[in-house]
Ligand binder design. Sequence first.
Ligand code: SF4
Length: 225
Amino acid sequence: MVNKDISFVIQNDVSKKFIECLSPINSYLAPDYISVFKTDTITECMRRILYRVNSAKPDVPYDILKNLTKEEISNKWIHYIKKCKEIRHSDGKHIVTDCNFNLMGHIDCVVTMDDISYALNVFSVDPELFDARNASRKHVVQMTLDMWLASKNNGLILYENKLTNEYKVYNITFYQPIINSAVEKCKKMIEFKLKGKMCSRPYKTKDSNECSICEFKSTCWVKGD
Ligand code: SF4
């Protein structure tokens, strides 16, 4: 049974001291840190991201099961990597953030090989992407941002073919221009959010690749702005 007496929880000098210690935070926090921009969707349409930030109703509900499956696949790989003798697994799955730009990402694990450490993320991908010559731009941007947030200069993208379980690995070295453009996008989105405004559509018609899969398509193209 839960004890309803919570008199042991009090605001005291310790609380005050902690708040004092936190006060410099206001000088470097983004003006709106209620919602965050995720590194895995930063390449998507700014308007689409702002719909999510504003909790707009999507055309169809998010597929939660799909996310859980992604999570399970990355856990499988982390367990496997831990057993590999040549790889030192130094840090587990963790969230990485930057409070200046409301940016949040994640690292599946940090591994060290030949004294070089790498941030590693696992992606379960369709066979078409798996067979392509390179990783997708979206994943490279996400990984570069996650590396930046985790203060790592080297990264690894592990692709698992979701149909065959074959895998391949791409090595990523840090590329500053990706950070600069993502940060500019976050700054603009924060400005729109603070002004309570929506940005214009980056696409001329609703037949663009991104619009055709966007969960806000009906809301977006009905309104005449
Ligand atoms: S429908 Fe197209 S323009 Fe509108 S939010 Fe979605 S991706 Fe952006």
